[in-house]
Design a protein around this ligand. Structure first.
Ligand SMILES: O=c1ccn([C@@H]2O[C@H](COP(=O)(O)OP(=O)(O)O[C@H]3O[C@H](CO)[C@@H](O)[C@H](O)[C@H]3O)[C@@H](O)[C@H]2O)c(=O)[nH]1
Length: 480
């Protein structure tokens, strides 16, 4: 997609922006893209703070690929050893951020004194909102929340304090779907996973973080109007007592960035080069998703049964020592190949490629041979699919992915959602719908083509997303 936003727009004194990315590539990639856009279009320089505790080789390669205007700095490690084993990912992330506030406040104060340009804004994602205190202490004038998910998910967070107080039991036991302003009705079991158990430390943390959203001066959201039009309209209306909301997406890693290069990169793209146009379904579950062994087996057999070509990023099973979606246990991942059904790789060699752990996803989705994406519906994966016009099969795992699947399948119609019982027949049928156009497939193709166009229009110079960000930074120039 042509990116016309990289032309520098702002003239005059430059500005410096500090950003804090919480663990996980799903948080780091879009925040880094925001920093890159502020540099390319608005002449800003940026310091991108990260946490060293969860830095993987992929993250290090990604950070090394950033342009000189974006300086990546790891915060000093904090001790989390007092947290009990099994503490959920969300609780670990927010706790790590809260404990890093003093170090961040000192780093921001130093930046204010040292940076060649005035430090005009501090930006963090949803797990980093404790850090607004640090930005305030350092006298940074603007504190922005960058919400890396959908407007639907944001709406849920904005209503969370009142929902937590008014719903007596668990979300999953609700008789009726949740009806939030502008949103597709959300069945209780599809409300985000850390909120499904009131006794979990993640639940309390999420409710607490949602309250802290109100400390932001503004909320920038990585979404765009065409994909969730009603809720975009609701949230863009000013509302007393909550920060203004600005859809500035889709912000995705460009396919030609070269970031996140790993050994299988060239091999899987070269393999794609040899496949017919739109013939391959890409199968991947985000930066940390993994399936239980039984589901991994059904997926293999389902892909085989579908008769379609596939490229599968496979990870060792989530019930074999590695916790799906947990960024703090990356070292425990094992070789995934022994968990595939016997003879699977050999039988499918002429139509499929299985790569362990990681693939250059945006390049795969941009490739002409890719015709579908079986995804966990992480929001970055969703946006990357839409930007490249790739229809989706939705297999949500955790976090807000079930909510995204509801919105994509029942709402906008850009995906076919797998049923709860994911046996090989159901998987094969959904893959065929999206790849061959059976069932709802053709309607999904048409919707995705429409959204691709809308996404491209939004990020053009003068497009809605570009204009929204331009407005946010228009009075930077000349600030001290
Ligand atoms: O083999 C891989 C796997 C992932 N990626 C990239 O990693 C990112 C993954 O992001 P996403 O699809 O959002 O998934 P998660 O990593 O699971 O992201 C977390 O953060 C997202 C944003 O808040 C949420 O929507 C998700 O539910 C949450 O799990 C994307 O840019 C992918 O292109 C690759 O490049 N190669």
């Amino acid at each position: 997609m042509e990116d016309t936003t990289s032309t520098t727009k702002t003239k005059g004194p430059a500005a410096h922006v500090a950003l804090l990315a919480t663990p996980g590539m799903g948080h780091l990639i879009p925040l880094a893209e925001l920093a890159k856009r502020l540099a390319a279009r608005h002449g800003a320089t940026a310091t991108l703070f990260t946490f060293a505790s969860t830095a993987s080789p992929t993250q290090r390669a990604f950070l090394a690929s950033l342009p000189p205007a974006v300086d990546a700095r790891a915060l000093p490690p904090v001790d989390l050893s007092d947290l009990p084993p099994g503490t959920p990912n969300e609780a670990l992330m927010s706790e790590e951020c809260a404990r890093s506030v003093p170090a961040l406040a000192a780093a921001l104060a130093e930046l204010r004194g040292r940076a060649a340009a005035p430090l005009v804004a501090f930006v963090t994602d949803l797990f980093g909102v404790d850090a607004f205190v640090a930005a305030r202490a350092a006298g940074v004038g603007r504190r922005w929340l960058f919400f890396p998910g959908s407007l639907h998910a944001l709406t849920l967070f904005l209503h969370l304090p009142e929902l937590a107080a008014s719903i007596p039991g668990e979300f999953r036991d609700l008789d009726e779907p949740l009806r939030l302003p502008g949103c597709v009705p959300i069945p209780g079991p599809d409300v985000i996973s850390p909120l499904q158990d009131r006794l979990s430390p993640a639940y309390g943390q999420m409710v607490r973080l949602a309250g802290l959203f109100l400390d932001a001066d503004a909320i920038l959201v990585n979404s765009f109007e065409a994909v969730e039009p009603e809720v975009a309209m609701v949230l863009q209306q000013p509302k007393l007592g909550r920060p203004s909301v600005h859809p500035i997406g889709p912000l995705i890693l460009p396919a030609d960035s070269g970031a996140g290069d790993t050994a299988p990169r060239a091999a899987c793209l070269e393999w794609l080069d040899r496949q017919p146009a739109k013939s391959v379904i890409f199968v991947s579950f985000g930066s940390g998703g993994a399936l239980p062994a039984e589901q991994m087996r059904e997926l293999a057999l389902g892909l085989e049964l579908s008769g379609q070509r596939f490229l599968w990023v496979v990870r060792s099973p989530s019930d074999e020592g590695s916790l799906s979606g947990n960024y703090y246990d990356a070292e425990s991942k094992k070789d995934p190949f022994p968990y595939l059904p016997e003879g699977f790789v050999e039988r499918t060699r002429s139509v499929g490629l299985v790569v362990p752990s990681w693939a250059p996803q945006t390049e795969v989705l941009a490739h002409g041979s890719t015709g579908g994406f079986l995804t966990h519906c992480g929001w970055n994966s969703t946006l990357e699919s839409l930007v490249h016009g790739v229809p989706m099969v939705a297999w949500p795992l955790y976090a807000e992915q079930r909510l995204n699947a509801v919105m994509l399948a029942q709402g906008v119609g850009a995906a076919v959602r797998l049923p709860e019982a994911k046996d090989k027949e159901a998987i094969a049928a959904a893959v065929r719908e999206v790849m061959v156009g059976e069932g709802k497939g053709a309607a999904v193709w048409a919707k995705v083509a429409e959204l691709r166009k809308a996404a491209a229009e939004g990020i053009r110079g003068g497009g809605a997303a570009t204009t929204a960000l331009d407005k946010m930074v228009e009075n930077w120039a000349g600030e001290k």
